[in-house]
Design a protein around this ligand. Structure first.
Ligand SMILES: [Zn+2]
Ligand SMILES: [Zn+2]
Length: 122
């Protein structure tokens, strides 16, 4: 199986249309990041990257969290409301941009469990 994020194809998944399935992402200053694992819409404890389909170097790194669908829905809400105070919605409010240009990929699964760490410290 190739590395990258795959759509889960579950009915009514709001992330599937935005999944970027490539195994590399290009950030600003031509930096390329490799995705070294497989993820799906429902992966948890991963960092997400937002990519603009129209601007190959546009990259926004989101915080990891358990509620990725919620995070992405939050961005989508901001974009629909043209909230220019936030970097993601500001970008997708640029001329010629729409919500359809928003792609998301997951990477760098976090293996550190805070509880586990606590145990180790004792
Ligand atoms: Zn999905
Ligand atoms: Zn763009």
């Amino acid at each position: 199986m190739d590395n990258g994020t795959k759509a889960c194809h579950k009915p009514q998944c709001q992330l599937c249309p935005h999944i970027y399935s490539g195994n590399t992402i290009s950030g600003p200053s031509s930096v390329t990041y490799c995705i070294k694992s497989n993820y799906t819409c429902s992966s948890t404890n991963v960092i997400y990257a937002i990519i603009c389909q129209q601007c190959p170097s546009a990259l926004y790194i989101g915080q990891r969290g358990h509620f990725l669908r919620k995070s992405i829905n939050g961005h989508k809400f901001d974009i629909r409301n043209h909230d220019t105070q936030k970097p993601v919605s500001n970008h997708f409010s640029l001329p010629g941009h729409s919500l359809k240009d928003l792609k998301v990929t997951f990477w760098n699964k976090i293996i550190t469990n805070p509880k586990y760490k606590e145990k180790q410290l004792r």
